[in-house]
Ligand binder design. Structure first.
Ligand code: ME8
Length: 712
C-alpha cells in the first residue's frame, strides 16, 4: 500500500455547464479516492476547471460578458454540481487562480531558461474547439469534425521532438503506465511515426522501431487573443508581441500548481514534495495525447518526475454520438438527481440529491466497462436501478432486517454462522477491492451484485419465513438471519465507495452507526474482522431504494427537452424565423394565415441592446446546397463566413431550389450551439422572414457586403 495516493480528473472547460460526461470521470475518481482513503492511503483528490484560451474567450464574447465573469459563473456551476453530488475532492483548482498563474509562469520560465522553449513563427491549422494544432492544408477537417482555421503567428515553441525516443521507452517499459492497452498503443504509434511511410527508422532502447523526427516541436504560446496567462520574462522581452501561454501547457500544469509548485512558502514545498508525482490521472480518451505525450515531455524537460499512470475511459454516447457541449446532445446530472430524489419525498433536499447521485454513480460504474464507449439512456438507467438496487440490494436489506425486527425484537441474533456463503464472500471481497483498485469498476460492481444475489439465494433456499413459524427451528432461524446480516455488512462496506449515501443508510439500519466514521477509523479495511458485537441491535428501518416506475423516464425526458423559447401559437408574427432550427416543424402554408389581412402588432417582450448583441448575426455565402435523402423539408448548406466554413441544415427545401441558392449571400446566426438533425450537425441557422406560417423569405442584401460582416 503506497503511503500517499494523489489522483486527478481533467480540469473541465468552462465554455458550458457540466453534463454527465464530466460526472462520469469525476465519479470514477471519487470512487477510487474513497476506497484509497478507507484502505488507509494518504489520499489527495484534485479536480477543477480550465478557464483560459480562445474557446472560452469566444464563448464569453458570444454571451456578451467578460471572460472572467463567464468563467466564474460556469466554474461555479461545476462546483455546485459536485457539492450536490457529494464529491469528496480535496481541492478544486481554477486556472484563473493566482497561484496557478504563478506556477505556470514559473514552468514556462524554467523551460525557457533551459533552452527547451524558443521563438519562431507558425503558419498552420488550428482547431479551436479542441484547442489543438492540426497538421494538414487549409480547410483540413479537425478532430471536432469541422474545418480548421488557418493561423499565422509568431510563437514560442517547445522542443517536443527531442523527447520522441525517451517517451517511447518510458511508455514501452510502463514507467509511464497507460491504461487501457488500446490507448497505450495509440500513443506509441503516434510517437513512432508512420513506419510504412518509407522513411528511415531507428530502434529505441526498448527495441521499438520509430521514425526519427516524426514528433514535431509544439507551439506553446498564442498571440492572436489575450485570454490566457502572459508569457513571463525574460521570454516576453524577446518579442515585441504579447504572447499568452498555450492553454494546454497552462491546463496540464494544474496538476502541480494545485499542490504547491511555483509557491514560495515552506508549506508549498512540503506539499509538492509529499504528493508529486501524481499516482493517477483520469482522463477521457480524446485527451490522451495531451496527457501521455505533451505532459510527460514538459516534465522531462523541466527535470520533474512523471505521473505514474494515466487511465483513459471511453465516451458516454447519447443518441449514438459522443455526448458533448458542442453537439448539444447532453444529459445533465441535475435531471437525474431531481428525478430520483423525488423517490424520497420526505427526505431533506440534501439527501434527495445524494441519493440521486448514488443512482447515477451506480449506473455509470456498473453499466459501461471502463475504457470503452457506452450508450446512456434513461430507460437503461431506470432498468438498472430497479433490477440491481430496488429489487436486488434494497430488497435483500429490507427482508433480512424486517425479519430480525419481527423475530428477534431488533437484536442481531447471536448464533453460529453458516459457512455456505464463506467462499463467495472471500472471492467477492478480493474482486471488488482489486476491481476498483485497477479501475475495472464494472467488474467490481458486478462482483458485489453477485454477493447480493448469492445472499438472496441463501435466504430463498433456507426460507427463514418458514423457520420462523416453528419454535423448534429458532436456532436455525438465528443462524440464517445472522449469516445474511453479516453478508449485507460486507457488501455494504465494499460498495461504500460506489454508493456513499445509500450504504451509509444501510449501515445505520444494520445498527453499525456512521459508515464514514467506520471508514475513517479503519473498520472497513479488513472485513474479515469485526462485525456485530454481542447485543447489537438494528437501527430504524426505512426503504432504501424505493421502486421507480416509468413515469420517471418521462420526467427526465421532459427535463432535458426544454421547449424552445416561447412562441405563442396565436401570435401573429413578422419575425426573423429560425427555420433551420425547427426543421421538422417547417410551416406548411396555412390558409388561415394566408388570409390574414395584415400583420398585427406583436407583443414580444422588450429586450436590451445587450440582449440583442448576444446574437451573432453574420453574412455568409452559400457554397453548397443540396437535398438530404429522406428529409423532404431539409437542405444541407455549406456556407463561407470568411473566417470559417460551416455546415447548416435549413428547413427550406419546400421553398427554395438548392441550385438557386449557391453563391447567394445569406444572414446566419453564427453563435447558435450546434445541433444534430438526421445525423448531421447544423452549425448555425439561416435567417428568414415569414408572416405567420407563410413561406419564408431569406434575408438578402441590396448593397454589396463582405462575407463575415455582422448584422446589428
Ligand atoms: O478537455 N463521455 O475539458 P472538457 C465521457 N479542459 N467523458 C466525457 C464526455 C463524454 N461524452 N464528455 C466530457 C478538456 N467528458 C480540457 C482538459 S486537463 C489538463 C484539461 C469528460 O471540458 C472526460 O473526462 O472538454 C473528458 O476527457 C473531459 O470530460 C473533457 O472535458
Amino acid at each position: 500500500m503506497p503511503d500517499k495516493f494523489y489522483l486527478t480528473t481533467p480540469i473541465y472547460y468552462v465554455n458550458a455547464r457540466p453534463h454527465i460526461g464530466h460526472a462520469y470521470t469525476t465519479v470514477a475518481a471519487d470512487t477510487l479516492a474513497r476506497q484509497q482513503r478507507l484502505l488507509g492511503a494518504d489520499t489527495y483528490f484534485l479536480t477543477g476547471t480550465d478557464e483560459h484560451g480562445q474557446k472560452i474567450g469566444r464563448s464569453a464574447a458570444a454571451a456578451g460578458v467578460e471572460p472572467q465573469q463567464f468563467a466564474d459563473e460556469v466554474s461555479g456551476s461545476f462546483q455546485a454540481l459536485w457539492k450536490r453530488m457529494g464529491i469528496s475532492y480535496d481541492q478544486f483548482i481554477r486556472t484563473t487562480d493566482a497561484k496557478h498563474k504563478r506556477g505556470v509562469q514559473k514552468l514556462f520560465a524554467d523551460l525557457y531558461a533551459k533552452g527547451e522553449i524558443y521563438l519562431s513563427s507558425y503558419t498552420g491549422q488550428y482547431c479551436v474547439s479542441e484547442e489543438m494544432f492540426v497538421e494538414g492544408p487549409p480547410g483540413t477537417i479537425g478532430p471536432d469534425g469541422r474545418p480548421t482555421e488557418t493561423v499565422t503567428e509568431e510563437n514560442f515553441f517547445f522542443r517536443l521532438s527531442v523527447y520522441q525516443k525517451q517517451l517511447i521507452d518510458l511508455i514501452e517499459s510502463n514507467q509511464l503506465a497507460i491504461q487501457p492497452e488500446a490507448r497505450k498503443n495509440e500513443v506509441l504509434s503516434f510517437l513512432r511515426g508512420d513506419l510504412n511511410s518509407g522513411a528511415e527508422t531507428s530502434l529505441s532502447d526498448t527495441g521499438a522501431q520509430y521514425v526519427p523526427g516524426a514528433l514535431k516541436d509544439l507551439s506553446v504560446s498564442r498571440t492572436s487573443f489575450d485570454w490566457g496567462i502572459p508569457v513571463p520574462e525574460p521570454a516576453a522581452s524577446a518579442t515585441t508581441q504579447k504572447h499568452v501561454i498555450y492553454v494546454w501547457l497552462d491546463a496540464l500544469a494544474n496538476y502541480m500548481t494545485a499542490i504547491g509548485y511555483g509557491g514560495d512558502t515552506a508549506e508549498d514545498a512540503e506539499m509538492f514534495a509529499r504528493l508529486w508525482p501524481a499516482d493517477l490521472h483520469f482522463v477521457g480518451k480524446e485527451i490522451v495525447r495531451f496527457h501521455c505525450v505533451y505532459w510527460p515531455a514538459f516534465l522531462l524537460a523541466a527535470g520533474l518526475p512523471l505521473p505514474k499512470k494515466i487511465v483513459a475511459h471511453g465516451w458516454l454516447l447519447f443518441e449514438e454520438s459522443k455526448m458533448s457541449k458542442s453537439r448539444g446532445n447532453i444529459v445533465r446530472a441535475e435531471t437525474i438527481l431531481n428525478a430520483f430524489g423525488s423517490l424520497k419525498p420526505d427526505a431533506p433536499k440534501r439527501e434527495q440529491d445524494l441519493f440521486g447521485a448514488d443512482v447515477l454513480r451506480y449506473f455509470l460504474l456498473r453499466e459501461i466497462p471502463f475504457g470503452q464507449d457506452g450508450s446512456f439512456s434513461f430507460d437503461a438507467l431506470l432498468a438498472r436501478y430497479n433490477s440491481d438496487l430496488a429489487n436486488g440490494y434494497g430488497n435483500l436489506v429490507s427482508r433480512t432486517l424486517s425479519m430480525i425486527a419481527q423475530n428477534f425484537d431488533g437484536g442481531i441474533p447471536e448464533s453460529g454462522l453458516s459457512t455456505e456463503l464463506t467462499g463467495v464472500i472471500t472471492d467477492v471481497m478480493g474482486t471488488v477491492r482489486a476491481g476498483i483498485g485497477s479501475q475495472e469498476f464494472t467488474v467490481a460492481v458486478q462482483a458485489a451484485a453477485a454477493l447480493i444475489g448469492a445472499t438472496d439465494g441463501y435466504l430463498t433456499a433456507n426460507a427463514p419465513w418458514k423457520l420462523a413459524k416453528d419454535p423448534a427451528q429458532r436456532d436455525g432461524l438465528a443462524t440464517v438471519l445472522r449469516t445474511a446480516a453479516k453478508s449485507i455488512r460486507i457488501v455494504t462496506a465494499l460498495l461504500y465507495p460506489v454508493l456513499p449515501y445509500s450504504t451509509a443508510q444501510v449501515w445505520q439500519q444494520l445498527g453499525l452507526g456512521s459508515i464514514e466514521r467506520a471508514a475513517e477509523g479503519g473498520e472497513l479495511r479488513d472485513l474479515t474482522h469485526g462485525g456485530f458485537a454481542a447485543g447489537s441491535r438494528i437501527g430504524t428501518l426505512a426503504p432504501i431504494f424505493p421502486r421507480a416506475d416509468k413515469e420517471l423516464i418521462t420526467q427526465m425526458n421532459e427535463a432535458e427537452q426544454k421547449p424552445a423559447p416561447a412562441q405563442p401559437d396565436d401570435q401573429p408574427e413578422q419575425k426573423l424565423a429560425p427555420i433551420s432550427d425547427s426543421t421538422e416543424a417547417v410551416p406548411e402554408s396555412s390558409p388561415a394565415s394566408e388570409a390574414a389581412p395584415a400583420v398585427a402588432k406583436p407583443d414580444t417582450p422588450e429586450i436590451t441592446i445587450d440582449d440583442f448583441l448576444k446574437v451573432d448575426l453574420r453574412v455568409a455565402r452559400v457554397l453548397v446546397a443540396e437535398r438530404i435523402p429522406k428529409a423532404d423539408k431539409l437542405l444541407r448548406l455549406e456556407v463561407d463566413l470568411g473566417y470559417e466554413k460551416r455546415q447548416i441544415l435549413a428547413g427550406i427545401a419546400q421553398f427554395y431550389e438548392p441550385e438557386k441558392l449557391v453563391g447567394r449571400k445569406v444572414a446566419i446566426v453564427a453563435n447558435l450551439a450546434p445541433r444534430k438533425m438526421r445525423g448531421l450537425e447544423s452549425q448555425g441557422m439561416i435567417v428568414a422572414a415569414s408572416v405567420g406560417d407563410g413561406n419564408p423569405a431569406l434575408v438578402s442584401f441590396l448593397e454589396d457586403i463582405e462575407i463575415g460582416a455582422r448584422l446589428r
